[in-house]
Design a binder for this molecule. Sequence first.
Ligand code: NAP
Length: 510
Amino acid sequence: MALDTTETGENLCEFHAVEAHPSRPQRKAIPAGQLLINGKWINAEAGETMDVMDPTTEASITHVQKGSAADTQKAIDAAYTAFEDGPWGRMRHEDRAKILFRMADLMDERAEDFAIREAMDMGMPYTDFRTIIMPHCSGLFRFFAGQAMAHMDGSYRTSYEDNIRILTRREPLGVVGAITPWNFPLALTASKIAPGLAAGNCVIHKPASDTPLTALALAQVALDAGVPEGVYNLITGPGGAVGDALVRSKKVDKIAFTGSTSVGMGLIRNGADTIKHQTMELGGKSPNIIFADANMEAALQAAFWGIFWNKGEVCVAGSRILVEQSIYDEFVEKFSAMAKAAVLGDPLDPKTQLGPIATRAEYDKILKYIESGKQDAKLMAGGGAPKIGGKGLFIEATVFATNSNDIKISREEIFGPVVPVIPFKDEDEAIRLANDTDYGLASGIQTSNLGKALRLADRIKAGTVWLNTWHKYHPNAPFGGYKASGYGREQGAEALENYTQYKTVWANLG
Ligand code: NAP
């Protein structure tokens, strides 16, 4: 069956053809952050703070509290008490949903503030945030509020004996620790907090130390929407102190983690002593397979946004491009030209396609990968790290041509705007290369043959397969990894499973 990919191509072009902001949004002063414990904003016990840096200007934006294990314990105690004694877990589903719908509305009302924070904090283009991320984040709260109303109730079943009935109750887990990374700070927070709260759990959020600014704004939204005391707590501070205290606490029932595979492995080990429920959203090295029968323009768009959106700081970036041999040279030439034309700049400028790399440590790491790529492969585009107005952690959209899936830049997660393009001979080789990775987060197939696309989708070992597109998300679509990319699903009705447990009640009718 032939699949017309023209439409897909147009959609992808529109990905960035968003309505320009009437006047360019401006940087603004962000108040210093505090810890939210038991419904009150307070300072860390030790009085220490952490600086938050703007990667575009390399200047300090503000500071937040450097929470410790002791501060975390206070939040754990507050959440535990709120769960055991408070109304949240026992509330009627529709009353809880009303509060979550209010949170979603407040998020939309404050979208401008969220977008400026994310642009200043992690370099995400303002327009991408307003048009793609923000509706998704508020949508997650609406979606899970509805899911909980529809699916939190149990069932009434018969048994072997006529006088025996089985009742099931679906209950929240208790206290959930949400630990999130510095990329997509709001989206990855919303995908944990929304199902967690909707199911009736109490939550403690520990955002990444480098990008805590939207987390502070979201916690304020929760307070303003009427989330009761102790139900939503926020602790900023180092992972080794705050995150570790959450993972090891007996009073924390579940850890919802997004981050690197290496830290995730440690959390799994450290959570074992308390039989922690855990969901792990980890790293990726996702293959984008481009067949000769694909619409070339659409495939180029899918490949470009697949790797370069949010400057490649995306767990599901299409970070290995596999191209059928017969179109390899043409694709590499056109794709490299697109990369050379990519617009780097201030994320608040509506024309910007690639903002700065979020942190100095990531910037240095990516530049090392580029040096490694220069040794092992042919540099076709980019490779530079220009300053804009003399400042900023910018790295050019960088393309390498190589025959090898075994060199460092083909195997390791670079987490930046750098991609190897690798040729393949036929379907079997494409699938072999695609699956020849430790990871299994996302993948894509670009072809005009829908039958082939669906057949090969079955053979790919990854949690997401995008056919003739890339970077599509919806609250209703389960999201998560295979292999070293983790386990558990966020989003979709399936995600509620990870925040609830079932109780079975046997009734003798006499
Ligand atoms: P990271 O270094 O693993 O950190 C993630 C979070 O864990 C941060 O909040 C960090 O706190 C905390 N942490 C660090 N050490 C800890 C410890 N010993 N105990 C408890 N918590 C600890 O990851 P990252 O560099 O922020 O994020 C990039 C990674 O995330 C990439 O590998 C990317 O692929 C992955 N990611 C995956 C998905 C997905 O959905 N699968 C989505 C986005 C990103 P500090 O910030 O204070 O260090």
